[in-house]
Design a protein around this ligand. Sequence first.
Ligand code: SIN
Ligand code: MN
Length: 265
Amino acid sequence: MKLTAEQLKQFDDLGYVMLQDVFDPEEVGVLTADLPRIYEMDRPEVWRENTGVVRTAFAAHRYSEPFRYIGEHPRLIEPVKQLLDGEVYIHQYKINAKAAFDGDVWQWHQDYGTWARDDGMPEPRAMNIALFIDDVTEFNGPLWVIPGSHKQGVMAAGHDLATTSYPLWTLDKASITDLAFEHGMFSAKGKAGSVLMFHSNLVHASSPNIGPWGRTIVYLSLCEVSNHITQFKREEWIAHRDFTPITPLPDDCLRDLARSAEAAE
Ligand code: SIN
Ligand code: MN
C-alpha cells in the first residue's frame, strides 16, 4: 500500500493522514481475540492504570503472534518507509486499552519530545501509526491532534510523574491554547480497522474514558534505521534496542492466521 500524492501533501501540511478500512473485520477479530489473554498477563510490559485496569501492553509483538504480524504488516510498514524515505525499525510498540469508565487521560504531548529527551533519538525521522481495533467514537476517548503543530519542532515540556501511572513529557496549557486557537483540533474517529498515521512532533492527547465502551488502539512507533536511539535510560521494552530493519510479511498474513485458527477448532 502506497500513499497518494494528495495524502503525502496532507501529511506534510497537517502532520497526519487518516485512512479508513485498512483492515477488515476478520483481520481485526484475530487481534481482539488475543486481548483477554494479554490483559491477564502478570509481566512488567503490561502497565496498569492506578485503578488496576490495563493502560498499555508494551512490546506485545513479542508475546502475541497476531500483534507480531501487525508490527510487520506491509499495509503499515510500506507507507511509513515512503514517508521516512528509508528502512525502519520498531522503536516502540504498544496496545493502549483506554478501558471503559477507567481508561485514564493521555496529557498533551509530542512523542519526539520524549524520544529526544529520554532516548537520545537524533532527529524526528520517526513516526506513529495508530491502528484502531475498536470503533473509536466521541464517547470512548478518541485521540485529539492539533493540525500543523508538527511544524513547531520540539516544544518546551515538563516531566509529569504524577497525573497518571505513566511518566510523560507534557506541554503547558498556554502553549496548547495558543496552538489550538490558531489551528483548531482534529478528533481521530473511525471504525475498527482504520489507521491514523502521524508525525512524531504532532501535538496530541486524549481524555479519560467515562463511557461504557473500551477503546483499544495499537501504536506502532517506527524510526528510520540510521536515526536509531543513542541513550538507553528506559526499559528496553519501552524504547527498543533492536534496530534491525523490518521485512514486511505477505499482505494476507492476518487472514491466513484467522483461517488456520478457525480450521483448528
Ligand atoms: C499516546 O499518545 O502515546 C497514546 C494516546 C492515546 O492512546 O490516547
Ligand atoms: Mn503519544
